[in-house]
Ligand binder design. Structure first.
Ligand code: HAS
Length: 561
């Protein structure tokens, strides 16, 4: 069944608009490395202040691009796999709200009224329109799940006893995680930040809002990761020329991420006052448990790749790796997913370092942290989005990918750049180099009393990596634009578009992964157990409310009576 034309148009907008914004997001990324290396030694560049650019970089790349992609992929896969028509009205409403919210937030950032970084927690204070824009954006992103649920229930009625398609399990898991994650942040925004920014309340309970933010912020990272995991489990084995090694591994990974994504946010707050070490310790241990689905994914992907490589004639204990289609121009999507996996090995290991309560003291708030998340969010997730978007856009428009060799080069260039960039930041982080700091004006400025010449090498290595990453994105846009303006592919014009999904090698029958309900119920229970006591303590402590600040000054922008 072909995807409705109206939904195709919506998906295209959901992919193209954020990719357009990515031009700004990526530009600010490149400026970041230049500011940090002291190549730009100023408070602003091209009229955009350092923290304005950093906020735009984070909000566009980490929130807007990722959420739009998840929704677009969700519409395409749910409709295809459940062979159902989506509500055009519902999908359009979701799109309009998300666009409106994104425009409101972006306008406030570029007007200099929301320099609060992508984490937007107080005491940094933004204009109310920024927070309201974010709230509207989130509400827009809630709608798709509620459009898909009736289709799913109908599919189950019509197909009794059949397994839910794996891609649908993955997409539903993504949006269940999103739903659970966004409730606390919606509460933070609506109950704390909007009234505070409107001047209705004086000051804000920072411990509470940071805790609510990270209650959202950690599952957010799995919301980013899950669509890429859907691509890994459902597409990568086929692109490699084989089958998915284990269907159970996919279902278990998706469902266990529903269970475990939320009750871990305190590992971002190991250094925060006002929260007991007991709860930080418990959530720290749970963080190590959530590594299990990713280790299972590592095993399953390696096994699936081995199966494919052996089918292609690969032999030996390790020699089979050589047989994978790394440089096949017709199969340009393979390296986007494969390189993401390779990068994620390092992102995952450094995540385990962060999660270790004692080691976290060494790396917290240093350049190590952005190094970690450019190997997770900036690695598998970003490459999944780039490759997935190019695939969906050209597929829906029935256009060829022009210059496939260039398209193929992008993930390799990005991988090289990311490793160099993160290598520099890891090195700097271990020497105490702070994150979110305009180093060029201070520590990398020879005429400053705080000059740190020993940070020169790490920031410059980071800069070289960042410039290579910038070049990779530029080349991606060359391919995208060139493909957009190309004539339609006449050979594909008559075919209906569908996403090619992998068959399964081991199709296990395990009842525990056949139903969402127990996983969702257990997840809610675990969240209550992990968060009720620390939040109750924070409310009981009733700490003094903090005034608002801007990131570039230690002086508050208001007083709290
Ligand atoms: Fe993280 C901070 C711990 C995963 C993103 N993380 C962040 C921040 C972001 C982020 C954005 O415990 C900064 C937030 C901020 O602004 O302050 N993270 C973890 C752990 C994991 C983890 C334990 N993070 C992610 C993912 C992200 C992400 C995924 C985005 C998508 N992270 C932390 C902690 C902090 C943190 C602390 C707070 C630090 C602080 O002090 O502020 C785990 O889920 C990772 C598990 C992953 C693995 C890897 C599996 C490997 C696979 C690849 C297999 C490869 C193959 C191919 C088969 C164990 C699946 C091989 C082929 C070859 C040829 C080699």
């Amino acid at each position: 069944m072909e995807l409705q034309k109206s939904i195709q148009r919506i998906i295209l907008l959901e992919l193209l608009v954020p990719l357009g914004l990515l031009i700004f997001g990526a530009f600010h990324g490149v400026l970041q490395v230049l500011f940090r290396a002291g190549v730009i030694r100023a408070n602003s560049f091209a009229g955009i202040e350092y923290y304005e650019g950093l906020t735009a970089h984070g909000v566009i790349n980490a929130i807007v691009l990722t959420t739009f992609f998840a929704v677009a992929l969700g519409h395409a896969l749910v409709s295809q796999e459940l062979k159902s028509r989506l509500s055009t009205f519902g999908a359009s409403l979701s799109l309009v709200l998300m666009l409106l919210g994104a425009v409101m937030a972006a306008a406030m950032i570029y007007l200099g009224k929301a320099t609060v970084l992508y984490t937007f927690y107080p005491p940094l204070k933004a204009h109310p329109v920024f927070y309201i824009g974010l709230a509207i954006f989130i509400v827009g992103s809630w709608i798709p799940l509620f459009l898909w649920i009736p289709l799913y229930l109908r599919w189950r009625r019509d197909n009794p006893g059949e397994k839910t398609p794996l891609a649908v399990v993955g997409i539903f898991s993504t949006f269940i995680v999103w739903q659970m994650a966004t409730l606390p942040v919606a509460f933070e925004v609506l109950a704390q930040l909007v009234p505070w920014s409107l001047g209705w309340t004086a000051g804000v309970n920072v411990v509470l809002s940071r805790t609510l933010f990270w209650f959202f912020g950690h599952p957010l990272v799995y919301f980013w990761l899950l669509p890429t995991y859907v691509l890994y489990y459902t597409m990568l084995p086929r692109l490699a020329g084989g089958k998915l090694f284990s269907d159970f591994a996919g279902r278990f990974t998706f469902l266990s991420l529903i269970l475990l994504s939320c009750p871990l946010g305190l590992h971002h707050q190991f250094a925060d006052p006002g929260i007991s070490t007991t709860w930080k310790g418990i959530q720290g241990v749970l963080t190590l448990v959530i590594v299990i689905p990713s280790l299972l994914t590592a095993f399953t992907m390696a096994a699936s790749l081995e199966f494919a490589a052996r089918k292609r004639g690969g032999t030996g204990l390790f020699a089979w790796w050589k047989k994978l289609p790394y440089f096949d121009r017709q199969n340009w999507l393979f390296p986007y997913l494969f390189c993401g996996l390779v990068i994620f090995l390092f992102g995952g290991v450094t995540g385990i370092v962060n999660a270790s309560y004692a080691l976290n003291n060494v790396v917290h708030n240093t350049a190590w942290i952005p190094a970690h998340f450019h190997l997770t969010l900036g690695g598998p997730v970003f490459l999944g989005i780039l490759g997935g978007s190019l695939f969906l856009i050209t597929g829906l428009l029935k256009k060829p990918v022009v210059w496939p060799s260039l398209a193929l080069a992008v993930p390799y260039l990005w991988t090289g750049g990311t490793f160099i960039f993160s290598g520099g930041l890891f090195l700097g982080g271990l020497r105490g180099e702070p994150r979110r700091t305009n180093l060029g004006l201070t520590y990398l400025n020879p005429s400053s009393p705080s000059y740190r010449p020993d940070w020169w090498a790490s920031t410059h290595v980071g800069m070289v990596g960042g410039l290579i990453m910038g070049l990779a994105i530029l080349l991606f846009f060359v391919v995208l634009v060139r493909s957009l303006v190309a004539a339609r592919d006449t050979a594909r014009a008559e075919e209906s578009f569908s996403i090619p999904l992998a068959e399964t090698y081991h199709d296990e029958e395990i009842p525990a992964v056949r139903n969402f309900t127990p996983w969702v119920a257990a997840a809610v229970l675990l969240c209550v157990l992990a968060y009720y006591p620390p939040i109750r303590d924070i409310i009981k402590d009733n700490v003094e409310k903090a005034p608002g600040f801007r990131p570039d000054s230690p002086v508050a922008v208001e007083t709290v009576k």
